[in-house]
Design a binder for this molecule. Structure first.
Ligand code: SF4
Length: 381
């Protein structure tokens, strides 16, 4: 089972508590980026071209744990950059597990074998290994040969040592449905506990802009993949069935960017994990002072093609808690891969894109150079 009962029960109870308390917006998964430094330079990544002074920045253990406490989400996904390059990553993970939060440690696995001994298996701890397909697909996606084989070797070792291990897979417009389906088969054969899948978001800074998916192509791609696996029931996804149903074009969901708030070396990122349009000094400021209605598909040009899990999975989870029979039906029958699709959100009133990346980078560089932290948070490596 991709998501153990303990985890499902804890998250379900958390969502019900939020709804009983009448909270309109609440976080489900904290996206924690303790650094941007990486040991790969993937073509579809929008995070690795910061100036060196910013790449040297790290969130300290205390800053990471303060973010976890401030946010209160039941799940923490540690991303980056490559989190295993942070010298105190084990202390960060231990501190989150001690709080009985579920931690997903995202990694490209290049140094995972060497670092395995720093971690202990726990129901609260999951390795989330980046694999964008079979050997050829993945090595092309990360622009380096041999990465797939190292990741697979690390997965095998981690499984032998009793860890929970997922893979996270991002698909682009050159994905071949048959090949992706066979890759999911082989991942299941490796013994991974779950698969997280998402269409690639069109990062404006990514070196390769030619392979991002439109919403129309995303839906057709996922229908074509899921139809090869009994409506996705052939594989163990670490995601809600309703989110998979959304990817296949069967749900008209609105994005809930506050469901996956992001804390990184700049501060609390507005509005979401994918877009850095501004930064708040506290989680409270992020939630209360962000103009949420100006983001999301239909509201903002940069959101037009987004169907990414960090924007829409929280919407699906909330829908599943409100309509358990709907979720059960998808679980039993599988994702529908034929017939009409749900109506698409109209883009006629979306506001035009703003390009603010350079301004934030310049501000951060100025703060670093005058020896200020700026976000009361960032510390040098
Ligand atoms: S649709 Fe939502 S998750 Fe996607 S980029 Fe826009 S705000 Fe972020």
């Amino acid at each position: 089972m991709a998501i153990p009962l303990l985890q499902k029960a804890r998250i379900g109870a958390y969502v019900v508590r939020q709804q009983l308390a009448g909270r309109r917006r609440y976080p489900l998964v904290l996206m924690l980026e303790p650094l941007f430094r990486c040991n790969l330079a993937c073509a579809g990544c929008g995070k690795i071209d910061y100036p060196d002074e910013i790449l040297k920045q790290r969130l300290s253990v205390d800053e990471c744990l303060a973010a976890v406490d401030e946010c209160g989400a039941p799940v923490v996904s540690i991303a980056g950059g490559e989190p295993l390059l942070h010298k105190e990553i084990d202390a960060i993970v231990d501190g989150i597990v001690a709080r009985r939060k579920f931690v997903y440690l995202c990694t490209n696995a290049l140094v995972m074998q060497k670092r395995l001994a720093l971690f202990k298996p726990s129901p609260y701890f999951v390795w989330s290994v980046h694999l964008d397909g079979d050997r050829e697909m993945h090595d092309r996606s990360v622009c380096e040969e041999g990465v797939y084989d190292r990741a697979v070797a690390a997965i095998r070792t981690a499984k032998e040592r009793g860890f929970r291990v997922n893979i996270n897979c991002t698909l682009f417009n050159d994905a071949d449905p048959e090949r992706v389906a066979r890759f999911f088969d082989s991942a299941s054969g490796l013994g991974v506990d779950g698969i997280t899948v998402s269409p690639g978001y069109a990062y404006e800074r990514a070196p390769d802009q030619a392979h991002f998916l439109t919403r129309e192509r995303t839906k057709r791609l996922f229908r074509d993949i899921f139809s090869r696996g009994r409506g996705a029931r052939a594989w163990s996804f670490s995601q809600s069935g309703l989110f998979l149903d959304f990817l296949a074009g069967n749900r008209e969901y609105r994005c809930t960017p506050w469901g996956n708030p992001t804390r990184n070396v700049f501060g609390w990122q507005r509005p979401c994990y994918l877009l850095g349009e501004g930064y708040a000094r506290s989680f409270r400021e992020l939630m209360e002072e962000t103009d949420w209605d100006s983001y999301g598909t239909g509201n903002y040009e940069k959101c037009a093609d987004c169907m990414v899990h960090s924007g829409y999975e929280a919407t699906a989870v909330q829908d599943a808690v409100r309509h358990p029979l709907r979720a059960l039906s998808v679980g039993l029958r599988g994702v529908r891969t034929k017939g009409s699709m749900a109506p698409e959100i109209r883009l006629t009133h979306q506001r035009p894109a703003q390009y603010v990346f350079s301004r934030h980078v310049e501000q951060k560089l100025a703060e670093i150079r005058v020896g200020q932290t700026g976000t009361e948070s960032s510390t040098s490596a």
